[in-house]
Design a protein around this ligand. Structure first.
Ligand SMILES: [Zn+2]
Ligand SMILES: [Zn+2]
Ligand SMILES: [Zn+2]
Length: 432
């Protein structure tokens, strides 16, 4: 009997590990690499062999922990799967991070913020205003598709990820030289210098916000974009230095492709809302950096691990922060083309946030949901829809509104009789 495991790791932010068919697949890495590595070691996972590491989007609670993972000497990564839209700024980020940060700060200075409708006075939180701000950025990104150059084609069956790494090496030029000690030292200095550049950019945004009393929401979004820039650059640099194969998954190409996902590894891990491309396309030059760099949850990548054999094949759905749909209220499902109905274990979309509640409907139109696995988020997570799930069908690494301590949530899977052998976690206490 084959046993598989799905783990929600006890880290701040979100990180899942799937062990299936002898492979270790890590989806996102929480905020911090050291915490992630400790969590992996505590579960007796052979961190010397992470076959696939996936990054769903550049938000810190998902991608921060991947920044120093590839370069860590105790970890060996087979390949890393990244959002294709990162290619929009990587050439500049690798070669001249200061220019990117300066451009971002200048954009903030020149930015004329569109009017946002205040949330109802009684709600007292800024969620709705923030959602509107992100919707504006998302619509600007959508315009990107109109003049998006079709200069790369996915070759089906291409599975090596070598072209993705080669592309990174090419655009990074000669900045990567790791042989001589002197160059190593210079390299460490370069890294520290880059960190200072990003921190300096954040300080300048805070200063401008204080000075000009610009909307706090927009300042927050700009700071998130700078954090994303640091993460994107950091992960790309480590992929180059560690010679890790890189595979690119593009959300816009998925939309252009009539919402048909393409690529990944059949029967192991495939995208639900992306098309794999051998290397990112050349971005439209008029695209502003805050549009290129702001991680928008609607564009978070989602993945599917299907189990082909066994009496009770069970799919694992990694939703990331995606609502799994598009259009008004995301009501048009990305999964509409999937007809077969099977069993699935699903990661709670956007930490169980009510903003992505429609994703539960999309999932349930394709699968019988056996279990929802939730992690990360803040005290406003999870929302009413997650809390309505019967308690025996959900598990949490921690229950934010109950202040429960972080703990591993583990699902043991079998390919016989009934797929879920055992769920090991503390009792999910997320209640209204
Ligand atoms: Zn996010
Ligand atoms: Zn998130
Ligand atoms: Zn809970």
């Amino acid at each position: 009997m084959n046993q598989h495991r799905l783990l929600a790791l006890p880290v701040l932010g979100e990180s899942f590990l799937l062990q299936r068919d002898g492979k270790n697949i890590l989806v996102d890495g929480g905020f911090s690499s050291s915490r992630l590595i400790r969590a992996l070691q505590a579960t007796n996972v052979d961190v010397n062999q992470l076959d696939i590491v996936v990054c769903t989007h550049a938000d810190r609670d998902h991608a921060g922990g991947l920044k120093n993972l590839l370069g860590n000497s105790t970890v060996s990564v087979g390949e890393i799967w990244l959002p294709g839209e990162w290619g929009d700024s990587l050439r500049e980020l690798l070669n001249d991070p200061k220019a990117v940060v300066d451009a971002l700060v200048n954009e903030f200075r020149e930015f004329e913020p569109p009017r946002l409708n205040d949330s109802p006075a009684d709600s007292g939180d800024s969620d709705e205003v923030e959602r509107q701000a992100y919707a504006i950025i998302n619509s600007l990104r959508e315009k990107r598709m109109k003049n998006y150059k079709h200069d790369v084609q996915f070759v089906e069956g291409e599975e090596t990820g070598l072209s993705g790494l080669q592309w990174l090496q090419e655009i990074a030029g000669n900045t990567q030289q790791k042989d001589a000690n002197l160059q190593d030292e210079r390299h460490i200095q370069n890294r520290k210098a880059a960190e200072n550049i990003f921190q300096n950019g954040i300080n300048r945004i805070r200063y401008r916000q204080a000075k000009r009393r610009l909307d706090a929401i927009w300042a927050k979004i700009w700071i998130v974009a700078i954090h994303a820039a640091a993460i994107i650059r950091g992960i790309a640099l480590q992929a180059i230095e560690s010679n890790v194969r890189v595979r690119w998954f593009d959300f816009d190409r998925f939309v252009q492709n009539g919402y048909h996902p393409v690529g990944g590894v059949a029967d192991l891990l495939t995208p639900l809302n992306a098309v794999e491309i051998p290397m990112p396309p050349t971005p439209a030059s008029d695209l502003r950096y805050f549009v290129r760099l702001t991680p928008v949850n609607e564009r978070s990548l989602a993945f599917l691990s299907t189990q082909a054999a066994g009496l009770c094949p069970t799919d694992i759905v990694f939703t990331g922060d995606s609502p799994l749909g598009y259009g008004v209220g995301y009501k048009m499902s990305f999964l509409a083309r999937r007809t077969q109905r099977g069993l699935a274990i699903v990661t709670a979309p956007h930490h169980g946030s009510e903003s992505n509640a429609v994703a539960y409907t999309h999932i349930r139109s394709c699968w019988q949901d056996l279990l929802w696995l939730r992690s990360g988020g803040t005290r406003k997570h999870p929302g009413a829809t997650f809390k309505k799930i019967p308690t025996h069908l959900r598990a949490c690494t921690h229950c934010p509104q109950k202040g429960k301590a972080l703990d591993l949530a583990e699902v043991q899977l079998s390919d016989r009789l009934w797929p879920v052998l055992r769920v090991r976690s503390h009792y999910c206490d997320c209640e209204a």
